[in-house]
Design a protein around this ligand. Structure first.
Ligand SMILES: *Cc1c(COP(=O)(O)O)cnc(C)c1O
Length: 400
């Protein structure tokens, strides 16, 4: 299904992200055009037969495949080190499809408790309707995970770094645990992106993404993908082809362009985040700063082992609890107040009153969400302006 035009043998991230490209058309375009078409014509009856019989590769109908989406997926496979993949209309359709395509009634899934909110809803509210049961694993107690695996456990789903507490899971260890028990390991790699971390290189079976975040990185599209080995993706592609969570070619086109700049954007996100984390750690109005590449992070060594840099998210606790946290957020002049992340614009979120407001104080504390906890998705503005906004917001929201 792929039409690489990269003639040189390169393994470099930047080159693969830029030079992997759909075959040129008769117009000899330099940059890949947009293929806004719902279907493709057959050359003759024999070609149509062979395409439908899966004897040859080619586009039939955009619900199945499209040159823009193929280019996006081929890049993602090369960047993550996987054999094959499927593009989806959102991160959530990627998570759902990766589970629904491979699990059946009577199966059991284990997931880390610290996962994205809607993934939590799929596992606890939707899959059980079809007789798929679940258990939750505590990210702070990996030594207890093996005991959660049952004879009917088919999949183990995790996110690392976790949201918003930025705890890490050792991917090499996790991959081995799943192999030992012959269960499918599924890692949502949205926070790290393929630039910082490649779960497949640690033996992980499925790598899922919300491409809405850093992969687009400019707050324009909703999209996702599922990547893995040929056998698993074959089953997932069958499910997706017939149930239809397809990505629009326009979004596939945007994402393939976005990947061309992912490395420079992530370098800068991480550089700004590192400086912000170091700045906050020195501030006496801040209780605690969490960032994987701070030596004070309890898993700093693991972060260095499996992540190229520390990522674009920083979380910290302002002194003064819930009220101060709220006042602090209201005082920002530059930062956007939004629940999103992975944008050129710096975004501040107060999990206790937004994304995690439905939990009780005790439940929030159990996943590390203190009342004064603030999550910053560090953008690409000048670092001096980012630090200045924090400084003025701290002053304006002085403790009462
Ligand atoms: C945003 C997000 C998702 C969901 O992705 P959508 O593109 O919004 O559907 C899944 N996982 C993580 C970690 C996310 O941040």
């Amino acid at each position: 299904m792929f039409h690489k035009t990269l003639k040189m043998d390169s393994t470099h991230f930047e080159t693969l992200a830029i030079r992997t490209q759909t075959e040129r058309t008769q117009y000899r375009e330099h940059s890949t055009p947009l293929f806004v078409t719902s279907s493709f014509v057959f050359e003759d009856a024999e070609q149509a037969r062979a395409l439908f019989a899966d004897e040859i590769e080619g586009n039939i109908y955009t619900r199945f495949s499209n040159p823009n989406n193929n280019e996006f997926i081929e890049k993602m496979c090369l960047l993550e080190g996987t054999e094959d993949g499927v593009a989806t209309a959102s991160g959530m359709s990627a998570m759902f499809t990766s589970m629904a395509a491979l699990l059946k009634s009577g199966d059991h899934i284990v997931a880390c408790r610290s996962i994205f909110g809607s993934t939590h809803q799929i596992i606890t509210q939707i899959l059980p309707k079809w007789g798929i049961t679940y258990s939750y694993a505590d990210i702070k107690k990996p030594e207890t995970w093996e005991s959660l695996i049952l004879p009917n456990t088919k999949m183990f789903f995790i996110e690392t770094p976790s949201n918003p507490s930025l705890d890490l899971i050792d991917l090499e260890w996790f991959g081995k645990l799943c192999k030992k028990h012959n269960i499918i390991s599924n890692v949502d790699n949205c926070f790290a992106t393929p630039y910082l971390q490649n779960p497949a290189k640690f033996g992980i079976d499925l790598v899922t993404h919300s491409a809405t975040k850093f992969i687009d990185g400019q707050g324009r599209v909703i999209a996702g993908c599922i990547l893995g080995n040929k056998e698993l993706i074959k089953e997932i592609r069958f499910f997706a082809r017939h149930s239809g969570p397809s990505l629009s070619p326009f979004n596939g086109w945007i994402l393939s362009k976005s990947l061309e700049t992912l490395s420079v954007r992530m370098d800068k996100h991480c550089q700004n985040a590192q400086k912000l984390a170091e700045f906050l750690e020195k501030n006496t109005e801040i209780e605690r700063v969490v960032y994987p590449y701070l030596p004070s992070h309890p898993q700093f060594d693991l972060a260095k082992k499996q992540m190229k840099l520390g990522g674009g998210l920083v979380t910290f606790e302002v002194k003064g609890g819930l009220e101060r946290g709220r006042d602090f957020l209201n005082a920002f002049q530059l930062f956007s107040h939004s629940a999103n992340l992975g944008d050129t614009r710096t975004i501040a979120t107060h999990p206790a009153t937004t994304t995690h407001s439905k939990l009780t104080n005790e439940d929030r504390a159990a996943v590390g969400i203190m009342p004064g906890l603030i999550r910053i998705s560090v953008g690409l503005e000048h670092i001096e302006d980012i630090l200045a906004d924090i400084t003025q917001a701290l002053a304006k929201s002085a403790r009462k």
